[in-house]
Design a binder for this molecule. Structure first.
Ligand SMILES: *[C@@H]1O[C@H](CO)[C@@H](O)[C@H](O)[C@H]1NC(C)=O
Ligand SMILES: *[C@@H]1O[C@H](CO)[C@@H](O)[C@H](O)[C@H]1NC(C)=O
Ligand SMILES: *[C@@H]1O[C@H](CO)[C@@H](O)[C@H](O)[C@H]1NC(C)=O
Ligand SMILES: *[C@@H]1O[C@H](CO)[C@@H](O)[C@H](O)[C@H]1NC(C)=O
Length: 375
């Protein structure tokens, strides 16, 4: 895929010269925090559903100028690859949903705050949670683009061209139309990283460190999808004899990607900027992180109380589990503030019977259950 790579180089060369460059740098510096996340993140594509690009090609308003949250480089990519934008939005949405699933029993539950800022101010801290969010969003884009290629939705890619795996049994056919993870990976790298690459922070600054952190976590997320994609096969042959198999490359279920990145979150490495302006691990006795690992710079807030500065929503009103000693337990979830107990009525399907043919009939059973909610 030559397109995006060329685009980036020419874009950099043409826009980053002389006074223009100076102006850009200063204006970026003054608003780097908003630029990092804030109102202008491409994540907002997950919230504003991207309409079908065909509509815009014939319409007066080009799609790319209407989308909010794109950086200049991303806007250029948008113009070149308009048909990709729907899938980037879908990918971001899938990522956010998976984040909320993985964190639903934790104090920080990956809740999105409003339509524009997506995750609110929490992302301004270079925390583990920010690391997870960047990784899972990048993974979502690889996932969505790879599949869209396979489904023939994009003009610049098609089925995967991964060579036949060496360990595939010789009489199995290689050649089903696979998810194009190679393309998905490359495009997501261009698009997602564009925001970080076009910034030009002073060497050694906090902003540069954060940018390096984001890049590492974006890459870890993309690699997770790549790594978990696997060979899938289908049987052919007389009446399901499976004498013949056709195989292709298939994306893993995104839940698996979420679980994998969650493990990376648990083992994320604490980093700092060294004298050579590279990230290095704070605790040098541990193995250094690989490109598949998540990294963070700042300790996480405790997320216990509502705090406008940090963007923490607090755990007041969150449900907790009285008997659990984990993060979902009332002790940890409520940060020692205690909890209120409610009785609620739960309706469930029960005494289900199979009737010939073919439906299942159930009764409704009600049960009174205790619920615990943080003070
Ligand atoms: C978000 O957008 C939807 C639809 O565009 C709107 O109904 C809703 O009020 C918005 N929410 C916030 C918090 O702005
Ligand atoms: C919010 O968090 C900041 C940074 O941790 C802290 O300095 C401040 O006191 C907190 N504000 C409130 C109201 O708790
Ligand atoms: C996440 O937490 C916030 C605030 O603590 C709460 O308002 C929201 O309902 C929670 N979301 C889910 C899905 O539990
Ligand atoms: C609460 O936690 C306990 C112990 O971890 C677990 O067995 C139980 O299923 C949990 N209850 C709910 C409602 O999640």
């Amino acid at each position: 895929m030559q397109g995006p790579l060329c685009l980036r180089r020419t874009a950099e060369r043409s826009s980053m010269t002389g006074i223009l460059r100076l102006l850009l740098v200063t204006s970026l510096l003054s608003c780097w925090k908003q630029a990092l996340v804030g109102a202008n993140s491409w994540w907002s594509l997950a919230l504003n559903p991207v309409q079908r690009p065909e509509m815009y090609i014939i319409g007066a308003q080009p799609l790319c100028s209407q989308l909010t949250g794109l950086s200049p480089g991303q806007r250029k990519l948008c113009q070149l690859y308009q048909d990709h934008m729907v899938y980037i939005g879908e990918g971001a949405k899938t990522g956010i949903k998976e984040c909320q699933h993985q964190f639903k029993h934790r104090r920080w539950n990956c809740s999105t705050v409003d339509n524009n800022s997506v995750f609110g101010r929490v992302m301004q801290i270079g925390s583990r949670e920010a690391a997870f969010t960047y990784a899972i969003s990048a993974a979502g884009v690889v996932n969505a683009i790879s599949r869209a290629c396979r489904e023939g939705e994009l003009s610049t890619c098609g089925c995967s061209r991964t060579p036949r795996p060496k360990d595939l049994p010789r009489d199995w056919l290689w050649g089903g139309c696979g998810d194009n993870v190679e393309y998905g990976y490359r495009f997501a790298k261009e698009f997602v990283d564009a925001r970080e690459r076009e910034k030009n922070f002073p060497k050694g600054s906090e902003e540069q460190a954060r940018s390096l952190m984001n890049l590492q976590n974006n890459e870890a997320g993309r690699r997770a999808v790549y790594k978990l994609a696997d060979v899938a096969c289908k049987c052919h042959g007389v009446s399901g004899s499976c004498s013949l198999k056709t195989c292709w490359l298939q994306l893993a279920d995104f839940r698996k990607v979420g679980e994998y990145i969650k493990e990376k979150y648990d083992s994320a490495a604490s980093m700092r900027l060294n004298k050579r302006n590279k990230l290095e691990q704070v605790n040098q006795r541990f193995n250094p992180p690989t490109a598949e690992d998540l990294v963070y710079l700042d300790p996480s807030p405790d997320y216990c109380l509502y705090n406008e500065t940090t963007g923490s929503l607090g755990t007041h009103g969150r449900q907790c589990n009285k008997t659990s000693e984990g993060m979902d337990g009332c002790e940890l979830m409520c940060c020692g503030r205690g909890y209120d107990q409610f009785k609620t009525v739960q309706v469930e399907r029960c005494h289900c019977k199979f009737h010939w043919c073919c439906f299942v009939k159930c009764k409704k059973c009600t049960e009174i259950v205790d619920q615990y909610v943080c003070k």
